[in-house]
Design a protein around this ligand. Sequence first.
Ligand code: HEM
Ligand SMILES: [Cu+2]
Length: 628
Amino acid sequence: MTFPRFFPRPQSETGIWGWIGTVDHKRIGTLYGITSFLWFLIAGVEALLIRVQLASAENTFIGPEFYNQLFTMHGTTMVFLVIMPLSAAFFNWLIPLQIGARDVAFPRLNALSYWVFLFGSLIMNAGWLTGDAPNGGWFGYAPNSGVTFNPGLGMTYWVVGLNILGVASIAAGLNFIVTIMNMRAPGMSMFKMPVFTWMTLITSVLLVLAMPILAVAGIQLQTDRVYGTHFFNSLAGGDPVMWQHIFWLFGHPEVYILILPAMGIVSEVLPTFSRKPLFGYPFVVFAGIVIGFMGWFVWSHHMFTVGLGPAANTAFAMSTMLIAVPTGVKIFNWIGTLWRGNIQLNTAMLFSISFIAMFTIGGLSGVMHASPPTDSQQQDTYFVVAHFHYVLVGGALLGIFSGIYFWWPKFTGWFLNEKLGIANWALMMIGFNLQFGPQHWLGMDGMPRRIYTYAENMGWEGSNLAASIGGFILGFGILLFIINMIYSRMNKKIAPADPWDGRTLEWSTSSPPPVHDFDEVPQVKYRDDFWFKKHPETISEYYHNEHDLVVEEDAPVGADDAEEHGDDHGGHGGIHLPDKSYYPFILGVGIAIFGIGFLTNTYVIAAGVPIFIWGMLGWSMEPVNDPT
Ligand code: HEM
Ligand SMILES: [Cu+2]
């Protein structure tokens, strides 16, 4: 059975329609990267506006209304539209390349994830255009986020956008789980996978389990706001504290969704530029799994001051302190990797080493507020702001920048400039520490979060001014990165396939890789297979155990094995590649219109439905490859 086609299937590689119809994981990765970088700049400007306002006491540059919108959208954007999709850009680009596959398991679903992410992000930000941007904080606490205290469309943009973004994340998570489980090159057993692939797998499992929880809270809030239900209204028998439980039950696994990809990145960069394998690979992997598991049992450390009682607080304090153990294990393994390594300090490496240091500071302040009495002093102060910026900027973002400098030559075929890179790194590090270091003291001194100004006699001006100057230095660091991209593109220094003497399979194919990634499906024998094949003399040094050398019999066979399929649809001589498709885009448009309906009226919801069904039916009846 076929579904009538209203226009021909996309063929062209280039032009706007080539991008809209693409199902190539590398191009989708690029789309994710560009889109989230643009959101990064917008959220950065929001942050700088906040810093201008707080630079001096009793400043009147920004009023309280606008200030609420700024910190809400800064946080929401950085979490959902920057760190998560930048990580997704790396998943997309790297996972098939690292496991020796030709694409992800479900290429069209992958395209759908991107389009849904794009539309969700636009809906969430649409409030800026109507002057009605979301203003209830990135955690959207009830009852502040309900219509009673927050009329207007602001938080409706937020919750509708969030619900749509959740669809993208769940689809992407499923896609990468299936890809990693089923599409690894022959010989690549689980414990021969690169660590970045492992961390992507764990992150994907967390996404699939955590995003539906957020969706529960999100749908409840959405119906509260749009249809007048009372999930979080205590007067009508609802419960505002329930929002906090559901949100943080999602929210804490979410922080690991944000950090695990960066941990995967530094676990690739550090060994490469220390010229030795990752120290304690199984420990790093198991620590990741343990973090992914224990992350589910700590959520109420965000609620120590809610009044859940001593039993609950004790339990969550213990679980929170425990989760620092696997985190510490990883830190020791990274340091162990550097130990006696033949260290090459380039931009990627500097970012990775800084990641270890900054993330450790953030982890330590985390353990401090793992103690409820301590936290009762720190909760809702700038101390917590300092904590999560050390883990998110000092951790996740530095890791991502390390990855950008490391894999840029692979993605583009040319290098980023090293001198500009090091200046970029130095400015970011100085600015970052100047901005967030003093916030520890401000928090200890009692400065609350989310206040738009403070009195002169509080003694907070010096630290706030320092933080604001730091913010601008950090901003200049980012500006240098942009200059670096432009400069390096204009003065192209061409990159070979394997510029860093890399360890994993992505370095075995050309830079940038061909559409079909690998001319021949790689055969894997070792962990860090590519490196050991280049340096066979080092094998005996690291593989003492005969068993490690045996290729496992039941190792999965690449699903795209050319000989098995032997078809020629992609035109690459026996290499199987899926054809392009418009349906993911159409389905994405349907979902977006459906969502916009909740912000406008029921007719718009109804208008979204047929487009949605059209996309779904067309997609399901469209063969992966048209018969030629
Ligand atoms: C050693 C591991 C960690 C521990 C023990 C820890 C502990 C905590 C605790 C107890 C809080 C609540 C503080 C309060 O509101 O009073 C908190 C807040 C927070 N943590 Fe961590 N944390 C750790 C690692 C991380 C990581 C890796 C991330 C993200 C990458 C992260 C992100 C956050 C965020 C975003 C908040 C604030 C949420 C908000 O109120 O807006 N933490 N952390
Ligand atoms: Cu937490």
